[in-house]
Design a binder for this molecule. Structure first.
Ligand code: IMP
Length: 420
């Protein structure tokens, strides 16, 4: 167990293997729940995505946003693994490690490992994403172009930082990129030489080299030894490249299958936790049937501080869509959910919840009565207003999975954990 694990009995029954996944379009509040669980974990792994994720951690007086480092990094004694399914921006990773150290967090190859098979996001990928990601509304972090190169067999794995082939492989990417720029984007980039320079990449590769290793072996050993293993998903089910609202998706499998291909280890997860926000948000473009484009949507955004952690973009807000969450439960085999940001709905007299769609694809709603009273200070489920409990119970009944955790505010202690 991580040395600074909390001693609340409610979490002590945690089985050794847990996976946390988003059930909507990301930003469900995975960060807070993952942070709580990471305090008890011996090993925390990420298996997909890259710097498109944003995960806020509070260290003393400081607030940092982790983009690539797993959230067990602040738990003493926990190992953090970035799996082969991730795409890693070495320059960004070196910066994150530096910031963590400045905040007093120990980071070394003893508590952080990058899979030698993870693919590298290069300056070429970031440049191309900036030029071409607009239609989807990507985070601009080079994620799509990097996964494209991986699939085209022109990608660069982290291991090339160890075997001396990085510069040569990167030069090939640059050459191809120049052709793409000349053909399709002539004159669009101010200083191509600066944008594509390999200097920062090579420098970061030297810094990160000691962290690169056999991630599957490390995870497997911990699992076999019965250690507490936590897998941390990024984004959400409907941003999954296969199961999401294609083409308005990210480029990886955000659903549970990604955990296996993205680490190379089979794990029987005892807890499969779907994070469900009490309403729905989406950043970037793409369908959002329950979106509220009126004042209420703005009100929810302000109350819920719904601005992207990675890009700062305002998130689109709308009603909870239980048809989506039900499908996410099927895709991921959730055996419990964590319902987050329930407090944000406390201002409402009535709350709509989508249950299905009509033949034209319009959501069909059930209107529930709101509880219209603050719940931020409530710590026991039975102390929640009756109408609020009814909202939670309705969700559980509709998706057939218990809400074992209910979050009523951003702070660690604003969490209701129900046994059984
Ligand atoms: P990309 O992952 O940067 O390629 O962006 C593809 C789509 O996924 C865009 O709509 C992004 O806004 C969305 N996206 C990527 N990462 C996140 C996330 O962590 N939270 C929410 N949306 C995300």
């Amino acid at each position: 167990m991580g040395a600074n694990a909390p001693d609340d009995a409610s979490l002590s029954s945690t089985p050794p293997t847990t996976i946390v996944l988003g059930s909507q379009w990301g930003d469900e509040g995975k960060g807070k729940i993952t942070n709580l669980l990471a305090e008890r974990a011996d090993l925390v792994a990420r298996f997909q995505g890259g710097a498109n994720a944003g995960h806020t951690v509070v260290i003393g007086e400081q607030t940092l946003i982790l983009h690539q480092v797993p959230s067990g990094i602040t738990s003493k004694g926990a190992m953090n693994v970035i799996g082969n399914g991730c795409v890693i921006d070495l320059i960004g990773l070196a910066d994150e490690i530096r910031e963590l150290r400045e905040a007093g967090v120990e980071v070394s190859p003893d508590n952080l490992m990058l899979s030698s098979k993870a693919h590298l996001v290069t300056p070429v990928h970031r440049l191309i994403d900036g030029l071409r990601g607009g239609r989807i509304g990507t985070t601009g972090r080079g994620i799509g172009p990097c996964y494209s190169d991986k699939a085209r067999r022109t990608g660069i794995r982290a291991e090339s930082a160890l075997d001396g082939t990085l510069t040569e492989r990167y030069e090939k990417q640059v050459q191809e990129c120049r052709e793409v720029l000349e053909t399709w984007h002539a004159g669009e980039v101010d200083d191509v030489e600066v944008a594509l320079s390999s200097d920062a990449l090579v420098e970061a590769a030297a810094e990160i080299a000691p962290y690169i290793g056999d991630a599957a072996e490390t995870i497997s050993k911990a699992y076999q030894a019965g250690k507490s293993v936590l897998y941390e998903g990024a984004q959400g089910t409907f941003l999954d490249i296969d199961h999401g609202t294609y083409p308005f998706v990210t480029s990886s499998n955000t659903t549970i299958g990604g955990a296996f291909t993205g680490t190379g280890v089979f794990i029987e997860f005892g807890r499969r936790i779907g994070i469900v926000k009490a309403y729905t948000t989406r950043v970037g473009n793409g369908p959002f049937p329950t979106e509220l484009t009126n004042d209420l949507g703005v009100k929810i955004r302000e109350r819920g501080h719904e601005y992207g952690a990675t890009t700062g973009r305002p998130r689109r807000c709308g009603w909870l869509d239980l048809d989506l969450v039900r499908r996410a439960t099927i895709a991921n085999g959730f055996n419990e959910i964590a319902l987050t940001k329930l407090d944000v709905l406390s201002m409402l007299d009535s709350i709509d919840v989508a249950l299905s769609y009509d033949p034209e694809g319009r959501p069909e709603y059930r209107t529930l009565q709101g509880w219209a009273t603050p719940i931020d200070d409530v710590r026991k489920f039975d102390d929640l207003p009756e109408l609020c409990r009814a909202y939670v119970t309705f969700i559980e009944e509709q998706i057939g999975v218990p809400a074992r955790t209910v979050s009523v505010g951003p702070e660690r202690d604003q969490t209701i954990i129900r046994e059984g």
